[in-house]
Design a protein around this ligand. Structure first.
Ligand code: ARG
Length: 263
């Protein structure tokens, strides 16, 4: 067997064989995982990633991430916003530490959740927040609907967040970042079966694991070439071998996001 299979892929071996015979890259993720702290990765600052926002409760306790795409619009995950109201959340920019008090706090005047969002494994995990006041930070560009090639297996992506540094661990006080390669859709399908919906999701991670987003990173960015290309959505555990992280495939929702930004 020449291809390493994801751990949960034993029953999908036949499908993988088909993919392999079609010349589908199975992973593109066999390169070494340099220990980076997220899980794996290194600490960073809000100045280094000025468009990365904390999404907090009204007491400014961070529970998700988001990406500033215009001074008053933040892209995040739908699952972060379920049960929230415009009065229950805040967006905090320019704050490196979860326990910090600096930066800019904005109230939210509108929460748009993809109208067909049901659960993370059904896809459409995207939301757009409208801020009541403008953030004085550099915004991020995001991929357009036609740029579907950006996710080619093995492409280096950057993940950024305040999430836990191990599965079941505690959140990082300081913002962290790491790089992970995209996987092929076939590889992700092998890991997750029918829970992976290729039209709405893209996976990233090393075959050997070790580097991943984790709880609390949700809603935050997956950057490709410095642009927002994915949203931290879900995964089984964190950083496990053969089990990549799953991100919202933003090209699919780019036009909808633009509509929200212009509304
Ligand atoms: N659902 C998690 C959150 O709400 C993100 C999990 C990402 N998991 C992963 N293995 N990449 O923060």
């Amino acid at each position: 067997m020449f291809f390493k299979l994801p751990r949960r892929a034993k029953l999908a071996a036949a499908a993988v064989g088909v993919a392999a015979s079609l010349g589908v890259a199975m992973s593109g993720a066999t390169a070494q995982a340099a220990p980076q702290p997220i899980v794996g990765g290194t600490t960073t600052t809000a100045s280094a990633y000025p468009y990365v926002m904390q999404i907090t409760d009204s007491g400014q306790n961070q529970f998700c991430g988001g990406t500033l795409v215009t001074p008053t619009k933040v892209v995040t995950a739908a699952h972060c916003m379920v049960g929230e109201t415009t009065s229950s959340v805040r967006v905090v920019g320019g704050r490196t530490y979860r326990n910090g008090t600096n930066g800019t706090v904005a109230r939210v005047s509108k929460i748009w959740i993809h109208p067909e969002y049901r659960s993370v494994t059904k896809g459409k995990d995207v939301a757009v927040l409208t801020l009541s006041s403008a953030m004085p930070y550099t915004t991020a560009k995001y991929v357009s609907a036609t740029e579907t090639g950006v996710y080619a297996a093995g492409t280096t992506t950057r993940i950024v967040g305040w999430g836990t540094t191990s599965s079941g661990g505690s959140s990082s006080n300081q913002l962290r970042t790491a790089t992970v390669p995209t996987t092929s859709d076939a590889y992700c399908k092998s890991a997750y079966g029918t829970r992976f919906i290729a039209s709405d999701m893209v996976c990233a991670g090393y075959d050997q694991g070790g580097v991943d987003t984790c709880q609390g990173d949700s809603g935050g960015p997956l950057l490709i070439g410095g642009r927002l290309a994915g949203i931290v959505s879900w995964g089984d555990g964190c950083a496990e071998p053969g089990i990549p992280g799953v991100y919202t495939r933003l090209t699919t929702f780019s036009n909808l996001v633009t509509q929200q930004i212009n509304s």
